[in-house]
Design a protein around this ligand. Structure first.
Ligand SMILES: NC(=O)c1ccc[n+]([C@@H]2O[C@H](COP(=O)([O-])OP(=O)(O)OC[C@H]3O[C@@H](n4cnc5c(N)ncnc54)[C@H](O)[C@@H]3O)[C@@H](O)[C@H]2O)c1
Length: 248
């Protein structure tokens, strides 16, 4: 049984990961959408805003008695969240500096801080530890903007920028800590189906060699691999789970 810390565990994918990881592990799930609660002897939730450094420090410090074996940085201020904050709502202000700052604060600085305090309070050279950061295909590849035309959502410049930063950060940490038994890797998923309209799905899957959107299970399978013994020589990788999107 591993002790796993999942940051960003109350959203669409996070809930799925939390539920499945919780079946065989001790899981600590932190998110702005959760309360401090012991749900069972091996499942704990916490309110945590990863924009707040001192709270992140407290969270990792309070849990340090038995170190985390795994840290999964899944939290993100997504374009969907940004759209709720953009005012006026009918103006998709793609160059909003406010949204840019918040996106970088959560998606890049927040993940940096979680890695920082994981290393400070949990990193132990004598145990096999894993850190998985979650990126996106839109970190390396620009979105096909046309497919978002006429949709109520889009993919923001801030989101891509923040997720691109995580790639460099993951590789830096990977080469720094590999010798000390902590493997850092990144998963870059393509769009996961979540009740999108048929119109959007049709446009999107034309860009995917598999001709399908991803499922939650397919992304979770990559997480399972990266926390397993089978991946102990996999270090600093950006693992695309994208149905071939990046292979055109
Ligand atoms: N769903 C997809 O199609 C897709 C594709 C590529 C990458 N991703 C990535 O997968 C991850 C999960 O995506 P999702 O679709 O489940 O999104 P989601 O919006 O449902 O989940 C994001 C989670 O992050 C949490 N969060 C946001 N700001 C936070 C903060 N300041 N502090 C703590 N927690 C915070 C939210 O409360 C939420 O639980 C994200 O990193 C996202 O970028 C998702």
């Amino acid at each position: 049984m591993k002790k796993i810390c999942l940051i960003g565990g109350s959203g669409v994918l996070g809930k799925y990961y939390a539920k499945h990881l919780g079946q065989k592990n001790e899981v600590h799930v932190a998110d702005i959408g959760l309360k401090n609660q012991k749900k069972s002897n091996n499942f704990y939730t916490y309110y945590l805003d990863i924009q707040n450094e001192s709270k992140i420090q407290d969270f990792f410090e309070k849990n340090k008695k038995k170190p985390f074996d795994v840290l999964i940085n899944n939290a993100a201020y997504t374009t969907e969240m940004a759209m709720k904050d953009i005012k006026p709502k009918d103006n998709m202000d793609i160059f909003s500096s406010e949204i840019f700052d918040k996106t970088i604060n959560v998606n890049l600085r927040g993940i940096f801080l979680c890695c920082k305090y994981f290393i400070k309070f949990h990193h132990k050279k004598n145990i096999d530890q894993r850190v998985i950061n979650i990126g996106t295909i839109y970190a390396i590849h620009g979105p096909h903007h046309d497919i978002y035309k006429d949709e109520k959502f889009f993919s923001s410049i801030s989101y891509s920028t923040s997720k691109a930063g995580i790639i460099g950060m993951t590789k830096w940490l990977a080469s720094k800590f590999a010798k000390e038994n902590t493997n850092f890797n990144l998963i870059s998923p393509a769009g996961v189906f979540n009740n999108h309209t048929n119109r959007f799905v049709e446009k999107y899957i034309k860009l995917i060699p598999k001709n399908k959107m991803a499922t939650q299970k397919q992304i979770y399978s990559a997480i399972k691999f990266l926390i397993s013994k089978d991946s102990d020589y996999v270090v600093g990788q950006n693992l695309y789970v994208d149905g071939g999107f990046s292979s055109w």
